[in-house]
Ligand binder design. Structure first.
Ligand SMILES: Cc1ncc(COP(=O)(O)O)c(C=O)c1O
Length: 383
């Protein structure tokens, strides 16, 4: 069945007791067992370990990504942490994309590094750089593509080969494109990680995360951490995310069409110094982005002539675009990563990987493209 059919029907069946077409919010801590000998015969014991509403979302996401199973977490960061704890032990080494969400950088450099795991930040858009970074004790390659916020794109199939040859797990943060546009497991990766906070929810209503595994064994390892660390998603969040997923394809199509129109407008604007959107022919990795994904997504960045000062004036004054963190929702957002989402990345490292001070990030929403462009046009006239 096609993606749009599966995003609506996968993982859910009408409630057998009432016929409710929506999976109910199972707001229950515990589950009564028929007898001691039949413990867990209905699959549920305690909602830290598993919850029927969360399970429906896990089955849906596993289906959409083409994986064996999925574990849903309280946040995207909990999902990233879950994957890292599942596959890394003290004495191990991991290679991480040198451009990734600031929280992933903080988790590795400031938390997990305290437990005897070593991390190397490599340019995952360059397979040779990744090959050179791998060590005998490398157990995890964690790539984010396209990367937040620079949009640097990594070749998932090439990286999966490198990881496989080294006996390491390859996890891909697929938050920016979602399985509608990009399916890492089909390209050879082992795990597809998400902040479901973004496009899966799509309505700025929740924070959540997910990790879809290629094999049942890998899933068991991730689910063990989900239970042991108590980081499962809540049933209300799962319910809202289940509803969000039903319109994922149509939102992604329209939001990327809007993003393309905005990128073209900005590229032609005399006050704009540079625009970065994978759908533009000028994007350095346009060929790779076109080959590996079926759409370019709705994230882009640009720099105003006049750099940081001009960019700040624009972000503070533009109408319609809300100055806020988060991305992927129906509301268009404008963000200054250096101050907001990536403030915890060392300044030298930020400069080295291209998170420049004047970078203005746009998460393009579902409003009319003409209105979004009009607002940017008026703000640019003032800077
Ligand atoms: C690419 C990416 N991965 C992971 C995360 C973390 O997700 P959450 O904020 O849901 O913890 C984010 C958050 O912005 C992100 O952009």
């Amino acid at each position: 069945m096609g993606f749009s059919t599966r995003q609506i029907h996968a993982g859910v069946t009408p409630d057998p007791v009432t016929g409710s077409i929506l999976t109910p919010i199972y707001q229950s801590t515990t589950y009564v067992q028929p007898s001691v000998d039949e413990y867990l015969s209905r699959g549920y014991s305690y909602s830290r370990s598993a919850n029927p509403t969360v399970r429906a979302l896990e089955l849906k996401l596993a289906d959409l990504e083409g994986g064996a199973d999925c574990a849903c977490f309280g946040t995207g960061m909990a999902a990233v942490q879950g994957v890292m704890l599942a596959f890394l032990n003290a004495g191990d080494h991991a290679v991480i994309s040198d451009v990734a969400y600031g929280g992933t950088y903080r988790l590795t450099t400031k938390v997990l590094s305290r437990f005897g795991v070593e991390f190397t930040f490599a340019d995952t858009s360059d397979p040779d750089a990744v090959r050179a970074a791998m060590r005998d004790n490398t157990r995890l390659l964690f790539s984010e593509t396209p990367a937040n916020p620079t949009m640097k794109t990594s070749d998932i199939a090439a990286l999966s080969e490198i990881a496989r040859a080294a006996g390491a797990v390859h996890a891909v943060d697929n938050t920016f494109l979602t399985p509608y546009f990009q399916r890492p497991l089909e390209l050879g990766a082992d795990i597809s990680v998400h902040s479901t906070t973004k496009y899966m929810d799509g309505h700025n209503a929740t924070v959540g995360g997910a990790a879809v595994s290629r094999t049942a064994e890998q899933h068991e390892q991730v689910a063990f951490i989900q239970n042991s660390t108590g980081s499962i998603m809540s049933p209300q969040v799962a319910w809202l995310t289940l509803q969000g997923c039903k319109t994922l394809s149509i939102r992604m199509d329209q939001q990327s069409a809007n993003a393309m129109a905005i990128a073209e407008f900005l590229e032609a604007h005399p006050k704009v110094a540079q625009v970065c959107y994978p759908g533009l022919a000028s994007f350095a990795q346009h060929e790779l982005a076109s080959r590996q994904a079926s759409g370019f997504g709705a994230m882009l960045w640009f720099e105003v002539k006049g750099g940081l000062a001009a960019g700040k004036r624009l972000m503070d004054s533009v109408e319609l675009w809300s100055l806020a963190e988060n991305l992927g929702s129906v509301e268009s957002l404008i963000t200054h990563p250096v101050t907001m989402t990536h403030a915890d990345v060392d300044e030298a490292e930020r400069q080295r990987v291209g998170i420049i001070d004047g970078l203005v990030r746009l998460s393009v929403g579902l409003e009319d493209a003409d209105d979004l462009i009009g607002a940017l046009e008026r703000a640019l006239a003032e800077v």
